[in-house]
Design a protein around this ligand. Sequence first.
Ligand code: PMP
Length: 422
Amino acid sequence: ERVDIHNFAAGPSPLPTPVLHKAAQSLLNYNGTGMGVCELSHRGKEFKAIVEGAEANLRTLLAIPDTHAVFFTQGGGTQQFSSTVLNLLSSHRLRKAAHGEKEFVPPTIDYVVTGSWSSKASAEAKRLVVPPVPGAQPFAKIHVAATTKPSGFNTLPAREQYEFSFKPDAKEEDSNTAFVYYCENETINGVEFPADADAHGAFPFDLVPAHIPIVADYSSSFISRPIPHVERHAVIYAGAQKNLGPAGTTVVIVRKDLLVDTTEASLLGNVPAVPIELEYKTLADNGSLYNTPPVFAIYVSALVLEYLLHEKGGIKGVTATNERKARKLYEALDRAEEKNVLKAKVKQLEARSWMNVTFEVVAKEGEDREKEFLAGAEKQGFRQIKGHRSIGGIRASLYNAVTEESVDALVQYIDEFVKAHA
Ligand code: PMP
């Protein structure tokens, strides 16, 4: 049975209780088959129906167009740091060759760095494409198009701060950018691109010519609200373990014209080889079943998708609830800041993450107020709200399965803490 606590974990994080009950039952006996869901062949009709249902529901929830393939794989977001680079360098190489490129010129990859995860992604790209040997030819160059590091990753770049490696009106034949990369929600820092495309800090899609692929890491904001310009993305990926399901599977959405045979690209030279299990074309062509998939993680994700669609009002219902949850908590933190007790780390309103709310307990000489805040929280049933070890402070993650009641309880605790310390 569930215990009555409030789990604000950053991931793995809470899953809806009805889903867990159903999953527990299915572990023993899936749909009356007498076999547990982890005991079914992944090639059988039962599992095929699970994957197909999950894909169909995901397409409905996020309005994913037919121009894009959807598949489930393993390796988490971290694997996608590498996979995006490897696959898109191959498709870029083939596209360049088709346009008659005679001599290889290393393409550029543009990274927008807004926090820990996009920093890690760009570091991995560099590791893969720039040989550490002096004088060796790189497969590509890494260009930081914008970074908010000087702000301590507490803001988003302003539109005029982007310095892409291309002009907004660059022609395809004159440009040599393999892709542009951004992380929609920075889980550790609590910074998220605003959903409103016209808001200050919104990702500047219009500055990227249509022929340049855009890649987005949606690991910690997937299905929390609609994806702006979903059709404009070349790749969108998300590890399951926040909003979707248990750790162990990753959803990847790829524009179909980018599903290329990377062996063909290798024949042209000057591209890194792509392990077959990372090749998007292979994964998509085989409907997530090229090799044995993480069946349980996919099954629970399928249940979550069904639950969101049929019990939570689809993406509209989910969005409305998430908006309220985030607003209530930030309002409480702003009240607390007025009394100089707590303060949200992200001040720029449009940059505040709906999913990961990061804040600090204002220090007071002679008192360890953060310790007191955390101990009091623990006592009242709030779990896993300590900030990431790399930056400290407090972080409350408000993923889909965190109820509004849990947020209300946290707001009440904050208000009481402020009253006691103001
Ligand atoms: N990107 C983001 C935004 C994340 O939050 C995380 C994990 N918290 C990752 C990537 C890495 O994912 P994984 O641990 O699944 O490799």
